[in-house]
Ligand binder design. Structure first.
Ligand code: ADP
Length: 244
């Protein structure tokens, strides 16, 4: 479902991604871990071209963008629709209810029919446990509830892949579980997911593969038990010692 080949990203002189190769099969969950500044967020943002890679290829669902030459913006727009992204900050529209937030994308971007979109949005709000909060505004919702609206909003666009960028990092500790639960359910339903997180328990339970990044490269990858119980690289061992 996802294939990344020799991906490079530079910000000015700073080389942030130094040749990333990554494959994710349909229905699999890859969790990306690593120290702050190692390039995890940049990698996710390159998957939906919120950042333009300096070089390399990104394929999702058999659509390929090759950054060895200039990629037209029309191609990028349709490519971006293959992925749904959930950010650390929820970025909901403050003047819209939960329901309106979820309906916005399908109506304005995909020009779907309003009645159908409303039905879909209500179903998605039920799915994330917010069936009774459809008419609430973001300020009336907790951080965890807002983030679950954010997940419903991304799902409403019917992406092939979901990308989570530290989706629980801004939440009070008691609200983290409800968001992770929704993410876990999505994984169990067969959604292809790439998840950047500090939640190691989630990685252990839900990941098919864990990727450890440091300084713009993938240092090591493997099944969760391989990475957490018997890491091979010294840098992985060091990182895991630091966070435990
Ligand atoms: P991580 O998610 O692992 O913490 P990031 O991908 O956010 O790492 O950042 C990797 C490096 O790239 C950091 O040194 C960061 O300062 C730098 N960086 C990220 N985004 C930008 C940007 N838009 N402009 C310049 N430098 C950036």
């Amino acid at each position: 479902m996802i294939a990344v080949e020799s991906l490079y990203k530079q910000f000015g002189d700073l080389e942030v991604l130094k040749g990333i190769d990554l494959n994710v099969e349909q229905g699999k969950v890859v969790v990306v871990i690593g120290p702050s500044g190692s390039g995890k967020t940049t990698l996710l943002r390159c998957l939906n071209i919120l950042e333009t890679p300096t070089a390399g290829k990104v394929s999702i669902d058999n659509q390929t963008l090759d950054f060895s030459s200039k990629v037209p913006s029309s191609k990028i727009a349709s490519f971006r629709r293959l992925t749904g992204m959930v950010f650390q900050s929820y970025n909901l529209f403050p003047h819209m209810t939960a329901l309106q937030n979820v309906m916005e994308g399908p109506i304005t971007v995909k020009k779907e029919q309003k009645a159908k979109v409303e039905e879909k949005a209500r179903r998605l709000l039920v799915k994330v446990g917010l069936g009774d909060k459809a008419d609430f505004y973001p300020f009336q919702l907790s951080g965890g509830q807002q983030q679950r609206v954010g997940i419903a909003r991304a799902l409403a666009m019917e992406p092939k892949v979901m990308l989570f960028d530290e989706a629980t990092s801004a939440l009070d500790p008691e609200l983290v579980g409800e968001v992770l639960r929704v993410m876990k359910e999505l994984a169990q339903e067969g959604m292809t997911m790439v998840v950047v997180t500090h939640e190691m328990q989630f990685a252990r339970e839900v990941a098919d593969e864990v990727i450890f990044m440091d300084k713009g490269v993938i240092v090591e990858k493997g099944k969760p038990e391989e990475i957490f119980e018997s890491p091979k690289a010294e840098r992985t061992k060091q990182f895991l010692r630091m966070i435990s």
